[in-house]
Design a protein around this ligand. Structure first.
Ligand SMILES: Cc1ncc(C[n+]2csc(CCOP(=O)(O)OP(=O)(O)O)c2C)c(N)n1
Ligand SMILES: [Mg+2]
Length: 385
């Protein structure tokens, strides 16, 4: 498959299942096709020169760095050029270690705010993520007036539809590897180190999202995989849990709910030697609740943490953002995820305090069967920008 890779619908006529394959089919099966194509060397040389000459360049590290195996090259480039690094807005994977001193955070998914975050940078290098994904419409310039942008992407459609800047097409891991050899070591000062996570506050009931994620950060194994579909709590999640190993974070980049619970079951099946933690909003959980059945029936030992704030929190924020008052249907009282999970045959418990959560997470992550933890959190609506 050529980039961008993703879900494929394959329809096989029923009678073909019964047909015997012949020698020609063996030829087809024996084929090996290498699809990685390196970016144009001249374009990379010009980009390296632009990086060398820039006063204050920065890197926006995207999901495809993870998918293409380019973490080490992204880190080497950021260190050699002393680049501050952001995660792409609403990106589905992490392409750069969030605990690296150069890491700044996730670019906000709105025109005005993303452009403000890039202010002061004369060159923005975007690698393996669209320019850019936006959620609410916040008018403004797509880029600050004195910022040039270059996108390195393996996806021709992504290159074509970028709202601003130049684009270079090719495998992003190969491109980054080449760039590292082409740039000169920068003499500009290294970016300031990102502050340590904030203190989560006292252990009280109901918990804050911060208290939940401080606990998750404490107990999560180093190579664990987190699938996240807890929309209003994503900034709090990234404040505490800083993914720092490849292939350790998955999020629905399109924003379509129902991905998380099902993807977490798939991730645990695909990576039996790593622990998968699904962090799922109480609203989002309803969009693919039958994934619980798959986890139980196939004995998939993932841990599911449901963030019970009893609401569609992000839509309450959105209502306020759009100055829409009294939007109906955004409260989700009375959904008992413990009963739902038990109904599917899954071990489950509710926790209301950090110490209970810590025990539940440790036991869940050590268990050889799937387990659901419903964390009751306060229903404050986070300020999302
Ligand atoms: C399939 C689908 N339907 C509806 C939406 C709109 N939507 C976006 S976020 C959201 C609420 C999510 O609620 P919850 O999972 O409880 O997370 P919270 O915002 O409370 O953190 C909804 C309904 C969507 N993104 N996808
Ligand atoms: Mg919710």
């Amino acid at each position: 498959m050529t980039p961008a890779r993703g879900p494929v619908f394959l329809s096989i006529p029923m009678e073909d299942w019964k047909a015997e394959s012949d020698a020609n089919a063996d030829l087809a099966l024996a084929r090996r096709v290498v699809l990685r194509t390196a970016p144009d060397p001249n374009a990379l040389r010009s980009l390296a020169t632009a990086l060398d000459r820039a006063k204050s360049p920065c890197l926006i590290a995207g999901a495809d760095i993870d998918a293409s195996g380019g973490w080490a090259h992204a880190v080497a480039l950021a260190e050699k050029c002393r680049l501050p690094v952001w995660m792409g807005p609403s990106d589905g994977r992490v392409g750069f270690p969030h605990n690296h001193p150069h890491f700044r955070g996730q670019l906000p998914p709105a025109i005005g705010a993303a452009s403000q975050a890039l202010a002061g940078h004369d060159l923005a290098l975007v690698v393996g993520t669209p320019v850019f994904r936006y959620y609410p419409y916040v008018p403004g310039p797509i880029l600050p007036s004195d910022t040039k942008l270059v996108l390195l992407t393996a996806d021709p459609a992504e290159a074509a539809r970028a709202a601003a800047g130049d684009a270079i097409l090719g495998d992003v891991a190969l491109g980054l590897e080449q760039l590292v050899t082409l740039v000169a070591p920068a003499s500009r000062p290294a970016p300031a180190t990102r502050p340590a996570p904030p203190a989560p506050g006292p252990d009280e009931s109901p918990m804050s999202a911060a208290a939940v994620f401080a606990t998750v950060a404490k107990v999560l194994p180093r190579d664990a995989i987190v699938v996240n579909e807890s929309p209003s709590n994503l900034p709090a999640f990234f404040a505490f849990v800083r993914p720092h190993t490849p292939g350790s974070f998955f999020f629905s980049a399109s924003g379509g709910l129902g991905f998380g619970l099902a993807a977490a079951v798939g991730a645990q099946l695909a990576a039996p030697n790593r622990k998968v933690l699904a962090v799922i909003g109480d609203g989002s959980a309803q969009y693919a609740i039958t994934a619980l059945w798959s986890a139980v029936e196939h004995a998939v030992p993932l841990t599911i943490l449901v963030m019970r704030n009893s609401q569609y929190g992000i839509l309450k924020w959105f209502g306020g953002f759009e100055h829409t008052r009294r939007v109906p249907g955004l409260d989700l009282p009375h959904i008992d995820h413990v009963a739902l999970a038990q109904g599917y045959g899954m071990r489950a418990r509710r926790v209301t305090r950090q110490d209970e959560l810590e025990t539940a997470l440790r036991e869940g992550l050590a268990a050889s069967a799937p387990e659901l933890i419903e964390a009751v959190i306060d229903s404050s609506v986070p300020a999302l920008g």
